[in-house]
Design a protein around this ligand. Structure first.
Ligand code: F6R
Length: 613
């Protein structure tokens, strides 16, 4: 979603800010802007030069003169919440005199009341945004001390924010603060940085300090100071970013999404290696810090996430029940957090998030903690807010996922949850032989994924059928139902094709009324104990004219006969099957998007990291 970069030092600020914004592009945005302190020799002091553009960072970069000058500045990518996608609504926003510039991620919930009052007091608003109250508020409280002014302004604000503020009267200073929206300080020799994502700073510094909620940072070329918004002291350490995030390199692939689909053999290997221990029939996940006695005491497991991560959570919850015989459920984090859930001491929760920054999932984590429950992160981005808030958990190690539509993170999330289920299962229900067999099969999955990706079958035929439909139905049973949901979500996101997904048996309870020759159906039917029933459901939709794409186990002739397009995947056990059956669905979405001329890596209206509710 929105992105923040701030800089103070010796380098030309505008180029560095634009480079940082480019690294944040994958998060999703619709406009971009920078504010830089220029004219140092002006008798009236520095000026704030603000430039904004709707569209891509490249358009902003083209507009910013090479010789703009200035060594302090802030830059922002905006994903519209309050007010349309226009240049006036793009950040930075200014106070009346153009001496204070603010960029902001998050939502100021009491902006309407604040705005009305500020207007009465003479503030001139130029945008429809909630953010614009901030420069006017800071101006109101500014008496010469910039940090005190930001602190005072934020004390009357309700909502979430990561902010960066630049004052024309204070060259060599950027003030930042966070509450519910990530912000880090980067430190270098004679320069300091701010960013909403440390990877924006990777070429310049890997020395990072993570702000916590309700903290404020003042950065100068000489260093940084972080205090609490209520004035209290903090105790931060500088951490070193070890992960390499890259960002721009698509290699030989036309899109990040395709590259990431093809990276799954390696990402799965990274997720599994050293964790599955077949000789013990079990698995080791040191980050959970749970011994056999702790695992034996778990009464219920909740797996929380949003979107694709929720689909992984559903597979994970099934695996926990099947392998460990622990009652388990999956729930959409945004619903969980507001339904006042019953949480008991012997419950264990997992919060699933690729980015580790999803506001709804973070809210659910906090709800579990407030109620005294235990919650573990299953996160891709190391050091992200959810990972740090949970404190314990599993990194899925899928590597950087740049395309907005999640692919390799999904399979790594599922794999990590299967490892956890195996580990709990070995303590609770599985004997060494069953545990070993499951672990060995899990370790074979990356090779099966690689061999399938080498010869994926008639994807083009399937895509032709899907793009020609009025809308597309996806169905499956058991763990194939979350896979069907994931396939439908991918096709909506990347190709903008209307889709529905159902547990296969639900079709006859209503949705089948929609079926005719214009509604292609994608059926996920691996060889499991529900296969025959799903085959009957395929017959039912075919009898009503639907053409079918059937994803089935290699060698299943009966399934093949029911398919207009048959996509076989390698055989595996039921719980591992989502790691294979999801692959064709990812490729359907990619190629359908390509056929329809969509912006594959950055679909309209979407953001990679959803940091607002
Ligand atoms: C879909 C997709 C989203 C995310 C969701 C949660 O392709 O990527 O549905 O899965 O926004 O994001 P994370 O996993 O970062 O919490």
């Amino acid at each position: 979603m929105c992105g923040i970069v701030g800089y103070v030092g010796e380098r030309p600020a505008s180029r560095l800010l634009i480079d940082g914004l480019r690294r944040l592009e994958y998060r999703g945005y619709d406009s971009a802007g920078i504010a830089v302190l220029t004219d140092p020799t002006n008798p009236g002091g520095h000026s704030l030069t603000v430039m904004k553009r709707v569209g891509h960072v490249a358009q902003l970069a083209a507009a910013v003169p090479e010789d703009l000058g200035g060594n302090s500045g802030i830059g922002h990518t905006r994903w519209a919440t309050h007010g349309g996608v226009t240049e006036p609504n793009a950040h930075p926003h200014l106070d009346n005199d153009g001496r204070i510039a603010v960029i902001h991620n998050g939502i100021i919930e009491n902006h309407a009341i604040l705005r009305a009052k500020l207007v009465e007091e003479g503030a001139r608003f130029r945008s429809e945004t909630d953010t614009e109250v901030l420069p006017h508020l800071i101006r109101k409280f500014y008496k010469g001390d910039p940090v005190a002014a930001v602190r005072a302004a934020l004390s009357v604000v309700q909502g979430t924010y990561g902010v960066a503020v630049l004052f024309a009267d204070h060259p060599g200073l950027v003030v930042g603060a966070r509450n519910g929206s990530p912000l880090v300080v980067g430190t270098g020799e004679g320069e300091s940085f701010l960013a909403s994502d440390p990877h924006a700073l990777a070429p310049y510094t890997r020395k990072i300090v993570y702000l916590e909620d309700r903290e404020i940072a003042a950065i100068t070329p000489l260093g940084w100071e972080i205090t609490r918004l209520d004035g209290g002291a903090t105790n931060h350490v500088v951490e070193t970013l070890t992960e390499s995030w890259g960002g721009g390199d698509r290699g030989a692939y036309a899109h990040h999404m395709l590259k990431e689909i093809h990276e799954q053999p390696e990402s799965l290997t990274r997720c599994l290696s050293g964790r599955v221990v077949p000789e013990e029939g079990g698995a080791r996940l040191g980050g959970l810090d749970l011994g056999p006695r702790d695992i034996a005491g778990i009464r219920r497991i909740g797996v929380l996430g949003c979107g694709t991560s929720f689909h992984a959570a559903q597979v994970g919850a099934s695996a926990m029940e099947q392998l460990a015989r622990i009652p388990a459920f999956a729930e959409i984090a945004s619903e969980f957090r507001y339904r006042n859930p019953v949480i008991q001491q012997d419950d264990l929760f997992f919060a699933i998030s690729q980015s580790g920054e999803t506001a709804d999932t973070l809210g659910a984590v906090k709800e579990v903690k407030v109620k005294g429950g235990q919650v573990m992160g299953v996160v891709n981005v190391v050091g992200s807010t959810i990972a740090r808030t949970c404190g314990r958990g599993v990194y899925v190690h899928s590597g950087p996922e740049i395309a907005v539509a999640s692919t390799k993170a999904f399979t790594s999330q599922v794999a990590a949850l299967l490892v956890a289920a195996l580990s709990f299962g070995r303590t609770r229900a599985l004997g060494p032989h069953e545990g070993r067999a499951f672990g060995e099969e899990l370790l074979r999955i990356p090779e099966k994924v690689a061999s399938w990706l080498e010869r994926p079958g008639p994807i083009a035929d399937a895509v032709e059928l899907l793009v020609g439909g009025r809308f597309v139905f996806f169905f499956g049973r058991g763990v194939s139902h979350p896979v069907a949901m994931e396939g439908a979500l991918k096709l909506k996101e990347v190709a903008y094709i209307p889709c529905m997904s159902y547990p296969a048996a639900e079709m006859k309870h209503g949705p089948i009324a929609l079926i005719d020759h214009t509604t292609p159906v994608v059926a996920i039917v691996p060889e499991d104990m529900m296969r025959d029933k799903t085959l009957s459901n395929i017959q039912e939709v075919r009898a009503r004219g639907a053409r079918t794409v059937v994803v089935h186990t290699e060698g299943d002739r009966e399934a093949r006969k029911l398919a207009d397009v048959s996509i076989p995947v390698p055989a595996t056990n039921l719980l591992c099957s989502p790691l294979l059956t999801v692959l064709p669905l990812q490729l359907f979405a990619y190629h359908a998007g390509l056929t329809l001329g969509r912006d594959i890596d950055r679909p309209r209206n979407l953001a990679k990291s959803v940091t607002v509710e």
